[in-house]
Write a protein that binds this ligand. Structure first.
Ligand code: NDP
Length: 462
């Protein structure tokens, strides 16, 4: 090992890469990390963190409206997009500095450079015009929005990378996609007062989630004023004489908007970094192929996070980083656990979910009990807001194990984090039943649904 400049060289300074670099350095390893853009990666710079700040910004109009029922008179409010962007930038710069400082504070070295593999132990740093060597190499270069070259006029469209820093807030936007990003941004733009249209190719938005959540969210978004067109896809985007964008849809409809945002998935960043030359195996989507320990086909080269196209979530990348450290540096081979991952969609209302959807549970188990409650959350009583909250538990009738927990409503994301614990622990519906309720909360419904709403036996609802 002493023959190399470093014990570990990490390519990519996002959540996964930074965690691996920091922890390895803290173990006394000689570590370097290269990032070509900004430390913090997608999550911090143009993903989860700024998105959540924009979600908060977009919720104020509803808070102002709801205040009236509680006796408040709120003077007419106005919104300034450049102020939000500038304040977001300040916060992101602060976090970026912390990410970099944490690696350096642990004894790691940081490079602002694109890095390319020269061979299985050598990395060329473009900005420095030099080559360094490392015993172990970790690829953590993440992903980027999937382009849509088949769409005529795709050059007029923006992606989640650009959306945070638009010079001005559009008057009207069309967002294509029905996943996390499309749904979250449709709600953000609508909340900020933008005329918003969501265009989705399937029958119902959020294809990976429980159908009850999908339907109720769809209905609630439409009630707020978001236009949802599905099934439909855009077929052509063109700029008209006044600089606005005309979009023709497969459904025959035409839209005129100021921005078209495509949110149709993300692809791994694996091009032009020497991977093919070194012989690192790539999958069909260009993702780095890894084994159960995040090791590539070359035994000193590893990959974690979105670049491996396993589960594209920040906490998963961080978990994979910690498992990599155990395996590569602590002599304790540990494979990441991708089972029963709680997740949230920061739509409005929010989705918080963990475990199997009802449909998935029915496919896998013969006897399913579904416990479901739909109600108006207390905070919407005096406000008069006509919005429902949904809670649902999917239970295996044979073992009584809770297989899935699904929430739509205020703070659902926070609930999903806590629901992740009993589901991960494999607790049963009886454990939920003997847990005391916290009153008055919305979450108490999760422990007070005593009778199944219905059962599904061998695929038949009874
Ligand atoms: P998703 O995979 O969530 O959704 C992609 C959407 O685009 C799907 O609705 C898909 O349809 C649709 N789609 C795919 N290809 C096409 C096409 N050619 N034409 C039209 N529509 C298409 O990806 P996102 O881009 O929304 O987000 C990327 C990932 O980032 C997510 O998977 C998630 O892991 C992560 N993320 C997590 C967040 C969170 O934790 N809150 C927030 C944002 C992102 P179909 O369903 O039919 O396949």
């Amino acid at each position: 090992m002493a023959g190399y400049d470093y014990d570990l060289f990490v390519i990519g300074g996002g959540s996964g890469g930074v965690r691996a670099a920091r922890v390895a350095a803290a173990l006394g390893k000689r570590v370097a990390i290269a990032e070509e853009y900004r430390f913090g990666g997608t999550c911090v710079i143009r993903g989860c963190v700024p998105k959540k700040l924009y979600v908060y910004a977009s919720q104020f109009p509803e808070h102002f409206a709801d205040a009236a029922g509680y006796g408040w008179t709120v003077p007419e409010a106005s919104f300034d997009w450049p102020t939000l962007v500038a304040n977001k930038d300040k916060e992101i710069a602060r976090l970026e500095a912390i990410y970099k400082r944490n690696v350096e504070g642990a004894g790691g070295q940081t490079f602002h450079s694109r890095a390319m593999l020269v061979d299985r132990h050598q990395v060329y740093l473009i900005a420095e015009d030099r080559t360094v060597s490392a015993d172990q190499i970790l690829i953590a270069t993440g992903g980027r929005p999937a382009p849509h070259p088949a769409l005529a006029g795709h050059e007029h469209c923006i992606f989640s990378n650009e959306v945070f820093d638009l010079k001005q807030l559009p008057k009207a936007i069309m967002i294509e996609g029905g996943g996390y990003i499309a749904v979250e941004f449709a709600n953000i733009f609508h909340g900020l007062g933008v005329e918003t249209t969501l265009v989705y190719r399937g029958q119902e938005i959020l294809s990976r989630f429980d159908m009850d959540l999908r339907r109720l969210l769809h209905e609630t978004m439409e009630k707020k004023g978001i236009r949802i067109l599905c099934p439909a896809v855009s077929q052509r985007v063109s700029k008209n004489a006044s600089g606005r964008l005309e979009v023709s849809l497969s459904s025959g409809q035409m839209l005129t908007v100021d921005q078209v945002m495509l949110a149709i998935g993300r692809i791994p960043n694996t091009e032009n970094m020497g991977l093919e030359g070194v012989g690192v195996e790539l999958g069909k989507t260009g993702a780095v192929v890894v084994d159960e320990y995040s090791r590539t086909n070359i035994d000193n080269i590893w990959a974690i996070g979105d670049v491996t196209h396993r589960v594209q979530l920040t906490p998963v990348a961080i978990h994979e980083a910690m498992c990599f450290i155990e395996t590569a540096f602590k002599g304790n081979p540990t494979s990441p656990d991708h089972d029963t991952i709680p997740t949230a969609v920061f739509s409005q209302p929010e989705i918080g979910t963990v475990g199997l959807s009802e449909d998935e549970a029915v496919r896998r188990f013969q006897d399913i009990e579904v416990y479901r409650a739909t109600f108006r959350p207390m905070r919407h009583t005096l406000s008069g807001r006509d919005e429902k909250m949904l809670m649902k538990l999917v239970v295996d009738g044979a073992s009584r194990k809770v297989l899935g927990a699904h929430v739509l409503g205020p703070d659902a994301g926070e609930m999903a984090q806590l629901l992740g614990i009993p589901l991960k622990a494999g607790l049963t519906k009886d454990d939920f039943d003997r847990t005391m309720a916290v009153h008055p909360t919305a979450a108490e419904e999760l422990v007070t649904m005593y009778k199944p709403t219905y059962r599904v036996k061998n695929g038949e609802r009874v």
